[in-house]
Design a protein around this ligand. Structure first.
Ligand code: NAI
Length: 290
């Protein structure tokens, strides 16, 4: 089976470098027309220039592909709308949205300034919300859409100094969990990627010796599968140096202790309540009635 994006239009946010650039180049190589969005700022989100996005557009065009640049900020409602408007004006469709733009403002929670918390939530969570909100009616009208969130192992599992980033990243999974249900009848599938790659964001964390094994290009196949026609709906796929796996929120059987259960009953049955053997994911929110 070969996966093609011929005739499709893709919007990739934060595609001026790192993972987004890699996704945009490969989408274009496989036939998609691409809006390359990037604010072009520093890793903490300050500053901005359209140069990074324009450079990727040139790379795509030099290889015979079609692309346009957009320098809007995902955390600005008008900026988010502008990239969808650009896609519609140039090509009249929007089939794929990859919410990839991101920044870091790492600090332990005891030292964090609330503005540094807010700005990270604004870019990662609200940025994904604004871009998705702008493209959603078009995808519904088309009866086709593929949306990808970008979470992080920090969101799934936590990391010292990244409360803001982790909260914003896992919030994208919560956003996906309901979008996958709301979009299903219009063939809009929403998935999430949890990557690890050597980019400017991780250059201080990942030793140089393994950079070549963790190239962004090794993550892109998972991203492209998750926005293809064959994509599942509502999956979190981890991609890390050629290893691909699925992460999931699961629920165990627990223990039925009755409506009169006391805190002491919880304590004495905690082993059974918390035993994850045989735990399974759920299709959607359900209330387990007694
Ligand atoms: P990167 O720093 O190379 O790419 C992020 C891009 O987003 C930059 O080009 C930046 O200019 C752009 N950007 C930032 N704020 C923006 C805004 N408001 N509007 C538009 N563009 C904006 O870093 P990388 O690693 O490629 O990150 C891509 C995504 O992957 C991010 O969401 C990041 O959190 C996520 N991620 C990366 C991991 C890694 O190992 N590199 C691990 C887990 C998640």
């Amino acid at each position: 089976m070969s996966i093609s994006f011929e005739g499709q239009v893709a919007i990739v946010t934060g595609a001026g470098g790192g993972l987004g650039r890699s996704h945009a180049l490969e989408l274009a190589r496989r036939g998609a027309k691409v809006v390359v969005n990037d604010l072009g700022g520093a890793m903490d989100g300050t500053g901005g220039s359209s140069e990074a996005a324009e450079k990727v557009v040139s790379e795509i065009k030099e290889s015979g592909g079609e692309a346009i640049s957009n320098g809007g900020s995902v955390s600005d409602r008008n900026g988010a709308k502008s990239m969808v408007d650009d896609a519609m004006e140039a090509w009249g469709r929007a089939d794929i949205l990859i919410n990839n733009a991101g920044i870091l403002r790492d600090k332990s929670f005891s030292k964090i300034d609330l503005d540094d918390f807010q700005v990270v939530v604004d870019v990662h969570l609200m940025g994904a919300v604004y871009c998705t909100h702008a493209v959603w009616p078009i995808m519904r009208e088309q009866n086709y859409g593929r949306i990808l969130m970008t979470t992080s192992p920090t969101g799934l599992y936590g990391n010292f100094g990244q409360t803001n980033y982790g909260a914003a990243k896992l919030a994208q999974v919560g956003f996906m969990n309901s979008l996958k249900i709301e979009g299903a009848k219009n063939n809009i599938h929403t998935n999430t990627i949890a990557p690890i790659a050597a980019t400017r964001m991780t250059e201080s964390l990942i030793p140089e010796a393994v950079h070549s094994k963790l190239a962004p290009e090794s993550v892109t196949p998972a991203a492209l599968f998750l926005v293809s026609e064959e994509a599942p709906n509502g999956v979190i796929m981890q991609a890390e140096g050629g290893r691909f796996s699925v992460a999931s929120i699961v629920e165990n059987t627990g223990a039925q202790l009755g409506v009169d259960a006391t805190p002491e009953d919880i304590a004495s049955n905690y082993d059974m309540i918390s035993d994850l053997e045989g735990a399974k994911p759920k299709g959607m929110m359900q209330i387990n009635l007694p």
